[in-house]
Design a protein around this ligand. Structure first.
Ligand code: CP
Length: 290
């Protein structure tokens, strides 16, 4: 299949190439694909991924169709394959898909146009991870030896699962923390107190209530008291350490309101970098490199 479905399919060299290409776009590189058409097919809600892909397409001069699943033939029983095949038949040069089903793209193996994965279930979120890596690289100019702890709802998080795999390949030390009920063994668990002292990158996750089959054992108040990042906890981090969060943030749960834009936070920089990463990925897909 063409495009970008899982970061695990890319070599370290390919991942570094995407990040460097995105940095070139951030520095002003201009590339135009005025004769190309793409569609964004979001079967699950999104603000950042959805609209930064559209922004990236607009920056590249691509004509965009933004599929609206609520007024589509989905309600008449149209399958994912038939929706995607329709957009291929309409002449799209590529599509972006977000879908709640893990590995939805396995149903699309005969599709010829590039597919860019905007997130599948709790499994993959390749462009989110790439923008996280770009933000880390801009800060530290390396990956090797950096220590990162991902805190929160690990077991339901495609961001955590994608980042843990690629960060380990890049030579980073990756830990997880937060409520033990969300520890799925994806990386070594450390208590949050230890993470605050130890890491270069603290990555917070939203509690993804919409994916829970059972209720969380902690109240929101207890979660915030035990695992929420407050000004007091920020002060305990290393001077050079940074705070990441894929967002949307749940203010007052995993993050205190006044920490969202604090000096250590790179949350809005991550969103800005997401446009450049998506420009790079789209350009490489349209050029046949991905
Ligand atoms: N980070 C992220 O994927 O956010 P959205 O769900 O708003 O796209």
């Amino acid at each position: 299949m063409k495009g970008l479905l899982r970061l695990a399919d890319l070599s370290i060299e390919q991942i570094q190439d995407i990040i460097h290409y995105a940095i070139e776009f951030k520095q002003g590189l201009s590339v135009s694909y005025e004769n190309k058409k793409m569609a964004t097919l979001f079967f699950e809600n999104s603000t950042r991924t959805h609209y930064s892909f559209i922004t990236a397409m607009m920056n590249l001069g691509i004509k965009v169709i933004d599929f609206n699943s609520s007024i589509s033939s989905l309600s008449k029983g149209e399958s994912l394959y038939d929706t995607v095949k329709t957009f291929e038949a309409l002449g799209m040069d590529g599509v972006v898909i977000r879908h709640p089903k893990d590995n939805y793209f396995k149903e699309l193996e005969t599709i010829q146009m590039p597919i860019l994965n905007g997130g599948d279930g709790a499994s993959n979120h390749p462009t989110q991870s790439l923008l996280d890596l770009m933000t880390i690289y801009e800060e530290f100019h390396t990956f090797k030896g950096l220590k990162c702890c991902i805190v929160g709802d690990i077991s339901h998080s495609r961001v955590a699962h994608t980042n843990i795999e690629v960060m380990q390949r890049l030579g980073m030390e990756v830990y997880i923390s937060g409520p033990k009920e969300f520890d799925d063994g994806a990386a070594p668990y450390i208590p949050l107190d230890e993470a605050l002292d130890k890491v270069d990158i603290l990555m917070l996750l939203r509690v993804q209530f919409e994916r829970h089959k059972e209720e969380m054992h902690l109240s929101i108040e207890d979660y915030h008291r035990k695992f929420g990042i407050t000004r007091e906890k920020i002060k305990r981090m290393k001077p050079h350490a940074i705070l990441l969060h894929p967002a949307p943030v749940n203010r007052g749960v995993e993050i205190a309101d006044d920490v969202v834009e604090c000096e250590k936070s790179r949350i809005y920089k991550q969103m800005t970098n997401g446009v450049y990463i998506r420009m790079a990925v789209i350009s490489m897909a349209l050029d046949g490199i991905l």
